[in-house]
Design a protein around this ligand. Structure first.
Ligand code: SIN
Length: 305
């Protein structure tokens, strides 16, 4: 079955992306070699979020497993913009699939620099604006306020014609209002959901487990929240939605398509199974067929009662 599709002008051989920060393609290539490229698990690769300057990330502990999920408090560790462009981008450009680079800043001016410099690179098909990380105190309230999201987009839109994708937080009452603000400011797509604010208590002593006290919950536990929000947002905007939140297999991926997502991303499941993206793709024809669809496009066009 032909699964080819597109997201805001980026042609894809199928609808399965990775969630930013959930699959380290450079490390995976070091371990698995070129076999990773020959059978890459995703139809488009989204980088870990890049910041202006190198960051060590949050103090330990950074991860906690929950029933049907995981809390992370990673805190966006990374090489910074220069390190990413010099060292990481050439390797990511050789993965054989379109590349979306995720960026995050704590002031609009830094977002402008990040977008300008990343957009000049031919290897980059699109840019995702992470305005929704719960683990970093950015000083910006962009992702929580529709007007701030719109203002950020209006500042960034003139910089590049490359697709700009806004990563939405689920930690607001009405994510559709933020999505409407993103669209009004010129966003080409939204991706959702980022993680749900969460905490864990150390089982041994009376303190919080995570180094900074709280983090973000992901995995199957958040899937019903994600489906509700994808459905609400996709009904509110004309731009496409990249849906994610606890996708583990083709059936759960298809749930997101039916909720209104154009394409999907696999996140937490990659930690359990690095080939999860391939399993989703391999299962999609049968999952589509079981629901009576003859193609991916038919499911993308379907509306729920
Ligand atoms: C992190 O590095 O803290 C996770 C990234 C995110 O939630 O956006």
């Amino acid at each position: 079955m032909d699964l080819s599709t597109d997201i805001c002008g980026i042609e894809l051989s199928g609808p399965v992306l990775n969630g930013s920060g959930t699959f380290d393609a450079l490390a995976a290539r070091r371990v698995f070699g070129d076999s990773l490229i020959e059978d890459f698990p995703f139809d488009c690769y989204v980088s870990k979020t890049i910041t202006m300057n190198p960051r060590p990330g949050n103090p330990p502990y950074r991860l906690w497993e929950t029933p049907s999920g995981m809390i992370n408090s990673i805190g966006l560790p990374g090489p910074g913009l220069d390190g990413f462009l010099e060292r990481d981008l050439p390797g990511l450009a050789g993965l054989g699939v379109p590349l979306i680079v995720s960026v995050m800043a704590d002031q609009v001016e830094d977002f402008e620099v990040l977008v300008s410099r990343v957009a000049t690179r031919d290897e980059v098909a699109g840019i995702e604006l992470n305005v929704s990380c719960p683990n970093v105190h950015s000083g910006l309230i962009v992702g929580e306020q529709p007007s701030e999201t719109e203002a950020l987009m209006k500042a960034l839109r003139p910089i590049t014609e490359k697709p700009l994708i806004v990563k939405l937080t689920p930690n607001v009452a009405n994510p559709q209002e933020v999505a409407v603000g993103a669209e009004a400011g010129g966003a080409d797509a939204v991706s959702m959901i980022n993680t749900v604010k969460a905490a864990a208590i150390d089982p041994g002593v009376n303190r919080t487990w995570l180094g900074v006290g709280a983090g973000g919950l992901s995995g199957p536990a958040v899937r019903p929240i994600a489906l509700a929000q994808v459905r609400a947002v996709s009904a509110s905007v004309g731009i496409p939605v990249i849906g994610m939140g606890g996708i583990t297999d083709a059936e759960s991926a298809l749930e997101f398509i039916l909720a209104g997502a154009r394409v999907v991303a696999v996140g937490t499941e990659n930690f359990r199974d690095p080939r999860a993206g391939s399993s989703v793709t391999e299962g999609l024809p049968a999952a589509l067929g079981r629901r009576g669809f003859g193609s991916l496009a038919e499911a993308q066009a379907a509306s729920l009662d």
